[in-house]
Design a protein around this ligand. Structure first.
Ligand code: GLU
Length: 510
């Protein structure tokens, strides 16, 4: 019988989550939802030396902001496999390390750091790849080389030790990766990794495999950087007798720098001006602040959509996907093997699309806040109409005030490049004519304004090309924007006439 799909996101709380990590969480989430399965958040904090305060809370907040909500796990409610933080599971691991030792698949090693260093030096001097493996372990202090009674004596007296996996000297480890196909590694390329330390903490490898087994994980979907660890994990499943329930592996492609040369890093973000973290992060050690997508004005739905496309595509031209559409469309066989280049313009484009589709009422609230910084109040109907007109033109909601300020205050400066190019002796005459026509007409709308404008143009033998942009600059101060007569209708007759007079006065005398 097929097992219920259960996947996990298993970050180590060593700092803020990188967007590559968020993408891993997202793909796990989409995969789980698609298959009616469970998505678990497990905190892998066995390496206490790398623990960073606040990182766990950051991970939880980032996932919550994006709506990538686990069914079980730290910060999202316990499930049947609690606890979900490895340091809280500490007592569970030793029995598995012992099972491996007793079956001859692992051994105690007592080497001090000086002895390990000496081994490295020796190997380096003879130009051999330095690793603790089937050959070198025989020259070291471990339970394979020391007499049994000495091993027992050392263990009884509390000598520090580690437990290492005992790899066969030359054996092929073959496994199927859902994205990469068959992967084959020879154990001669691997080393006898430490699984357990005498302080009672397992290392990542043992804890990860034991927890995936105990939590009944069916698919391990994680970043490519873990691919080299997978053969070791496969061997652990085999040696622990769990091969029949071994999860399927899927190693996601790397997120690459915009130039494509290497892994996307915080430095690339700093260099090119974009965030590589979902939320702002203040480093507790240095107090240095790194920007986040949320604080930079990205909408959560846009980030989900853009991250989904960094390494996956639906096989159609559709690019805008709601979360439920992503769940429907997602599959591991459309995840690419090769790295996905981060593209800042594309990221902005995604945000722009979501800003466009944001309800005007939501935009009104944001604009109100921005206006209050300039001591401006306006009624909701006006604000809603303004938002409706300008939202096509912005990539971020925080740009609302900048793009729409002329709806609230008369321009005091005029785009000089347009004035230099288009203002001539006929310009004041056309403006005067237009003012008169508008004053003479009781009604005022986009249609009557446009009609009056054409009448004034005709009188002086001018065309749209000569005057439309100039008129826009006279009304708004800037060269681009939403349809001019619509925005004029919104601003209203009195204000428009006043602005035309102002422009006439100021530009004529400049
Ligand atoms: N703790 C590992 C990390 O920080 C998890 C790797 C895995 O998913 O197995 O990414």
């Amino acid at each position: 019988m097929d097992r219920k799909v259960r996947v996990r996101f298993a970050p180590s709380p060593t700092g803020p989550l990188h967007i590559g990590g968020v993408r891993t969480a997202l793909y796990n989430y989409l995969f789980a939802k698609k298959h009616g399965g469970d998505f678990i958040l497990r905190i892998e904090d066995t390496d206490q030396t790398r623990f960073v305060p606040g990182a766990e809370e950051y991970i939880i907040e980032a996932l919550s902001w994006l709506g990538i909500n686990p069914n079980e796990g730290i910060g999202f409610g316990d499930g049947p496999h609690a606890p979900y933080r490895q340091s809280d599971r500490k007592p569970m691991y030793k029995q598995y390390a012992m099972q491996l030792v007793n079956a001859g698949h692992a051994y105690y090693a007592f080497d001090t750091s000086e002895e390990l260093e000496a081994m490295r030096e020796r190997l380096k001097a003879s130009n051999v790849d330095s690793k603790y493996d089937a050959i070198t372990r025989m020259a070291m202090k471990n339970s394979l080389t020391l007499p049994e009674d000495e091993v027992n004596k050392r263990l009884d007296s509390g000598d520090p030790y580690v437990i290492r996996i005992k790899l066969p000297k030359k054996d092929d480890v073959k496994f199927h990766d859902e994205i990469r196909g068959w992967v084959n590694i020879n154990t001669s390329q691997m080393d006898d990794k430490v699984l357990y330390k005498s302080d009672g903490m397992p290392t990542y490898h043992l804890a990860n495999v034991v927890d995936d087994y105990l939590m009944q994980i069916t698919h391990v979907i994680r970043g490519e950087e873990w691919l080299p660890s997978a053969p070791l994990h496969v061997l652990l499943y085999r040696y622990l007798g769990w091969e029949d329930v071994m999860p399927k592996f899927a190693h996601l492609p790397l997120l690459l720098k915009p130039e494509g040369n290497g892994k996307l890093s915080k430095r690339d973000g700093d260099r090119l001006g974009f965030p590589v973290f979902p939320l702002e992060w203040k480093d507790p050690a240095t107090q240095e602040i790194s920007s986040g997508y949320r604080e930079s004005g990205y909408l959560a739905e846009a980030v989900v959509n853009l991250l989904a496309f960094l390494g996956w595509n639906p096989g159609t031209h559709q690019e805008l996907f709601s979360k439920s559409e992503l769940i429907e469309a997602f599959s591991l066989d459309r995840v690419s093997k090769s790295g996905a280049k981060f593209d800042l313009n594309k990221a902005k484009w995604f945000n722009q699309q979501y800003v466009r589709h944001t309800d005007n009422k939501v935009l009104v609230e944001a604009l109100k806040k921005q206006l209050s910084e300039h001591q401006i109040v306006a009624d909701n109907a006006y604000l809603e109409a303004v938002c409706g007109l300008v939202k096509e033109k912005i990539s971020f909601i925080k740009e609302l005030w900048g793009i729409s300020s002329y709806f609230f205050v008369d321009p005091t400066a005029y785009d000089t490049s347009v004035i230099e190019k288009k203002w001539n002796e006929k310009s004041p005459l056309v403006l005067q004519e237009l003012i008169q026509l508008l004053q003479a007409n009781d009604s005022f709308s986009a249609v009557t304004m446009e009609a009056a404008y054409h009448e004034a143009l005709n009188k002086y033998g001018l065309s749209n090309k000569d005057f439309l942009q100039l008129l826009r600059v006279c009304i708004s101060g800037v060269a681009g924007g939403p349809p001019l007569f619509e925005l004029s209708a919104l601003i209203g007759k009195t204000a428009i006439i006043k602005r035309l007079k102002n422009a006439l006065d100021k530009i004529n005398h400049s």
